[in-house]
Ligand binder design. Structure first.
Ligand code: AMP
Length: 225
C-alpha cells in the first residue's frame, strides 16, 4: 500500500513517517530529506532547489516528480511505501497516479493548529549529519547541541526562521484544499488529530492504518479467489 502523509510543516510527518515505516516495514520516502541531502552534498539538483527551499517555496514539480519516480522504482518500494512531503499539489498528485496507476493508497492528513506549529518549529533542531530531528522542549538530545545517533552538531533548518515559517504555512494552506478534495473524491482521504504527544498521534494514525491495511489485504484475497 502507498501511504501518503499530508500535514503542515511541524505537524510531525517526518517523525510519524519513521515510526510507521518501522511498524509496516515500508520505506519512508521524504522529498524534503532527499532535497536537503542534495543541498548538503552540493549536487546540481541541490543547487537548483536550494533558493526555493530557503524561501519556503516549493521546488519545481519537474525536479520532485523525477526524484520520486526514481525512488519508487526501487525494489524496496514494491510492497508499499510511506510518502512524506509528496505530493504537495494537484500536479504532483496526478503525476504520482501516472507513475503507479491503480495502486491502492491512503492519504492521511495530520492536522495541527497554527499556534502549536509555530511553537514546535521554533524549538526544532536537526542533525547536520544524519538529519535526525529533535525538539528542545519535548524531545531534547541527551547532550546539548549534539546528535544522540551520530554525534554531529545540531542545527536549525534555514527554513525554520520565523519569516520563512509563515511563507511555508501559507503555501501549505493554498495547495492543500484542492489536494484534500482530490483524495476525498477518490475516497482515500482521512484527517487525523495531530495534537498531543508523539505517542498519542502515532496511536491514532496506526489504528486507522491497521484497519486500512487489513481492508486492502481482504480485497486482495477476495480478488485472488
Ligand atoms: P519538508 O521537509 O517536507 O517541509 O520540505 C522542505 C522543503 O523542501 C519545502 O519547503 C520545499 O521547498 C521542498 N519540498 C519538499 N517536498 C516538496 C515537494 N513535494 N514539492 C516541492 N517542494 C518540496
Amino acid at each position: 500500500m502507498r501511504i501518503i502523509l499530508l500535514g503542515p510543516p511541524g505537524s510531525g510527518k517526518g517523525t510519524q513517517g519513521d515510526m510507521l515505516s518501522r511498524r509496516y516495514q515500508f520505506p519512508k520516502v521524504s522529498t524534503g530529506d532527499i532535497l536537503r541531502r542534495a543541498v548538503q552534498d552540493r549536487t546540481p539538483l541541490g543547487l537548483r532547489a536550494e533558493t526555493m527551499m530557503n524561501r519556503g517555496r516549493l521546488v519545481s514539480d519537474e525536479i520532485v516528480v523525477e526524484l520520486v519516480s526514481e525512488r519508487l522504482s526501487a525494489d524496496d518500494c514494491r510492497r508499499g511505501c510511506i510518502l512524506d512531503g509528496f505530493p504537495r499539489n494537484i500536479g504532483q498528485a496526478q503525476s504520482l497516479d501516472k507513475l503507479e496507476p491503480g495502486r491502492p493508497e491512503r492519504a492521511v492528513e495530520i492536522q495541527v493548529g497554527a499556534e502549536i506549529l509555530a511553537e514546535r518549529l521554533g524549538s526544532r533542531l536537526v542533525c547536520g549529519g544524519c538529519q535526525a530531528v529533535y525538539n528542545l522542549k519535548v524531545q531534547p538530545p541527551r547532550r546539548e547541541g549534539t546528535c544522540d545517533a551520530c554525534g554531529r552538531t545540531l542545527v536549525r533548518r534555514p527554513d525554520d526562521r520565523p519569516e520563512v515559517i509563515v511563507e511555508r504555512l501559507n503555501v501549505y494552506k493554498k495547495e492543500m484544499e484542492p489536494l484534500r478534495d482530490y483524495y476525498r473524491k477518490k475516497n482515500v482521504y482521512q484527517a487525523v488529530d495531530g495534537r498531543g504527544s508523539v505517542e498519542d498521534v502515532y496511536l491514532r494514525l496506526s489504528s486507522y492504518l491497521d484497519a486500512a491495511l487489513a481492508e486492502a489485504e481482504g480485497l486482495k484475497e477476495g480478488a485472488g479467489r
